[in-house]
Design a binder for this molecule. Structure first.
Ligand SMILES: [Zn+2]
Length: 670
């Protein structure tokens, strides 16, 4: 491609992709399929690689992350980022409003907003392009986190409409609770400790050096404060509406996230509404903020030494209840990590009955200085289960016995170990400790791992208890006769299970590697290792230095991988899995077969055993061709879940054969 043409095409693609991205993330709409979106992005990535000099600051490829920030530089704010004065009392809000009325001449209007429990951010736009994003820091200067902020998909890289040439917009970056829980599930999956709260994790995430990790975590952001010179805006509320026109995700007044009122009653109504409904929000808030709307009046009212006079924050009292700690129970996970859980006398909290609270680890018990039958304070944060935040010492008697962390595994009795630098205690009796055996097998069959249809956690429990299996390798030796007579099994389920195991032999190497359950080897790390070494043998024989030379593989992971292969039992299990035909290497790319030669495929929807890209790769490796839209020239449509009904109809109208994932595999296997 000619240089001039490439430049034009890069600009066209950047704008087009940004537009689709904003439609999707800001307005919940999509004009094109995920596949077509990915195709556009791939095209742009490859053009930018050929002509890096033409890549824009607002290029949507920055969303994917990958740029590393070695050291976050400190930057002075153009407009100081002051904090607001806080109160827990409604009385003080009333006093504040009365005071303002006396200080101010004209009639006052107020804007009520949510107080997002996240990280304050100031983002500068120049000529409509995101230039710089700075954290609050000490209010005078903060840290430059621009590269990471660019990966947050609800923050526009390029604006639309009649935006000012140079301005700053402020808001709050937060962790949506759903994404926070997902992150913690992933961490548990690889034997890492859970993060305790969404705000601190959001703050930590923004400071990660590798922007790709930031992109994967799924932070979100509301923006609402516009700052600049000569902005020609009259008030706060109007500027929020303007910011929406420029393409920002602003608080939605239809959801009552923001409201304009001219009375103290209106303010109180807003406070009471959110005190009652805040637990229904998909993110955490810790209060509400009230501001004088009119900018001129704001200026007249001015500032105290620390904060603006024209704004105040009302903080909700944390939902906290007191109850009795009845006992502490210890759970053993797949990796042998022991987690203490408090059993509480049932109590109502935030609309649900609470009977258990997380204690995380022995340090936590020590820090709280917990005694049995203590009267404890329980709060609910972003976690799935609530936590104990303190003890009512007035109610403790000398009979309350101090809680001592257990020394032996509650499941198998072997001695627990706590390694230096780790917070968790572990049971190292991996091969005989029942929850570890079950946990490893459950991990192995999981959806993101081998995804074995027809086999669930309950069946695994029964199989382990009946001693039909001791490791995941034993799964492949199961016979129809062995399983058909199990509780709730029967002919059909037994067939399904065996078929599921058979199909799993096609699962690609990187997922087999993840399924093995090597500590710290999650989905992403497994992919990197598979790509870097191509086969399990190469990983097993890799020296420490070779391991840490792979992108994203640090010392901790390298040690864990080497330890895994030092266990003879693990090597044995892998050899058995190799013998039954699981994929332990990356298939060589060049022309595997020509089975699909001359055939055109459309791949659409979500698949269970493979990703869409994997299916497309398999088609190409076997001589077939992937086309993006259905036409009379299409031979097959490979349809996953959620394939659009319009596409499906078009395919059947044209008489094109529609294949399920399984049918596609059958076609391949001849
Ligand atoms: Zn144990």
């Amino acid at each position: 491609m000619e240089k001039a043409q490439a430049k034009q095409e890069i600009e066209r693609l950047s704008n087009e992709i940004n537009r689709h991205n904003d439609l999707y993330y800001l307005e919940n709409k999509s004009e094109i399929s995920d596949y077509d979106f990915d195709m556009l992005l791939e095209k742009l990535i490859s053009l930018e690689q050929q002509f890096p000099e033409f890549a824009f600051d607002y290029s949507p490829t920055k969303r994917v992350g990958g740029d590393i920030t070695k050291k976050m530089e400190s930057v002075v704010h153009r407009f100081p980022m002051l904090s607001l004065s806080n109160t827990y009392s409604e009385e003080e809000i009333i006093d504040w409003e009365n005071r303002l009325k006396k200080l101010s001449d004209g009639k006052l209007e107020y804007v009520c907003e949510l107080k997002y429990d996240g990280v304050a951010i100031g983002i500068q736009y120049e000529n409509g392009t995101l230039k710089q994003a700075i954290t609050r820091g000490d209010g005078t200067q903060g840290e430059n986190v621009t590269t990471n902020v660019r990966t947050i998909k609800t923050i526009p890289l390029k604006l639309k409409g009649d935006f000012p040439a140079d301005f700053e917009i402020r808001g709050e970056i937060f962790f949506p609770l759903k994404n926070f829980q997902k992150l913690n599930e992933q961490r548990l999956d690889i034997g890492e400790a859970e993060f305790a709260n969404p705000r601190n994790t959001a703050s930590g995430t923004l400071k990660i050096q590798d922007s790709k990790v930031v992109a994967e975590r799924g932070l979100d952001c509301y923006l609402y404060g516009v700052y600049g010179y000569d902005l020609e805006l009259d008030g706060h509320y109007e500027s929020v509406l303007k910011a929406k026109d420029w393409g920002f995700k602003v608080p939605d007044h239809q959801k009552n996230f923001i409201k304009k009122t001219d009375s103290i009653d209106g303010i109180m109504e807003f406070i009471h509404y959110w005190d009652k409904h805040r637990s229904e929000l998909p993110f955490e808030i810790d209060g509400i903020v009230v501001k004088v709307n009119n900018y001129e009046q704001q200026q007249e009212l001015g500032f105290t030494a620390k904060s603006p006079r024209w704004a105040i924050a009302y903080k909700f009292k944390a939902e906290r209840v007191e109850t009795i700690l009845e006992s502490v129970q210890y759970q053993v996970g797949r990796t042998g990590a022991v987690t203490p859980v408090a059993n509480l006398k049932a109590v109502q909290l935030g609309g649900t009955t609470v009977k258990r609270a997380s204690l995380h680890n022995s340090d936590q018990i020590e820090k709280l200085d917990l005694h049995l039958l203590d009267s404890v304070y329980v709060e609910k944060g972003g976690e799935i289960i609530p936590k104990i935040v303190g003890v009512n010492l007035d109610k403790r008697t000398s009979q309350n016995e101090k809680i001592q962390f257990i020394e032996n595994c509650p499941e198998c009795g072997s001695e627990l170990v706590r390694r230096e630098g780790e917070v968790q205690h572990y049971c190292h009796n991996e091969n005989l400790c029942p929850p570890q055996i079950k946990g490893r097998i459950e991990h192995f069959i999981g959806r993101k791992a081998m995804n074995i249809d027809g086999l669930g956690a309950e069946t695994v429990d029964v199989l382990v208890e009946k001693e039909l299996i001791h490791s995941y390798a034993d799964l492949y030796d199961l016979t129809f006769d062995q399983i058909v007579n199990l509780d709730r099994m029967g002919d059909k389920s037994a067939d399904n299970l065996l078929k599921g195991l058979e199909l799993s032999k096609q699962v690609p190497f990187e997922r087999v590697l993840f399924s093995l359950g090597i500590r710290f080897v999650g989905e992403t790390v497994a992919k990197k290792l598979a790509k870097g070494f191509k086969s399990i043998d190469a990983i097993q024989n890799a020296k420490f230095d070779e391991l840490i030379n792979v992108d994203e593989i640090g010392e901790k992971i390298a040690i864990s991988v080497q330890n895994f292969f030092l266990e003879e039992r693990n090597v044995e299990v892998i050899n058995r899995l190799k013998a039954v035909g699981l994929q332990f290497q990356i298939e060589e790319k060049v022309g595997v077969t020509e089975k699909l030669k001359g055939m055109n495929f459309v791949v659409s929807g979500v698949f269970t055993s493979f990703s869409r890209d994997e299916i497309k790769e398999v088609i190409e490796l076997n001589g077939g061709k992937n086309v993006s839209s259905i036409s009379s020239k299409t031979n097959y449509v490979v349809a996953g879940e959620n394939m659009g009904p319009a596409k499906l109809k078009k395919a059947s109208d044209l008489g094109i054969i529609i294949l399920s994932e399984d049918e596609f595999i059958q076609l391949l296997n001849g």
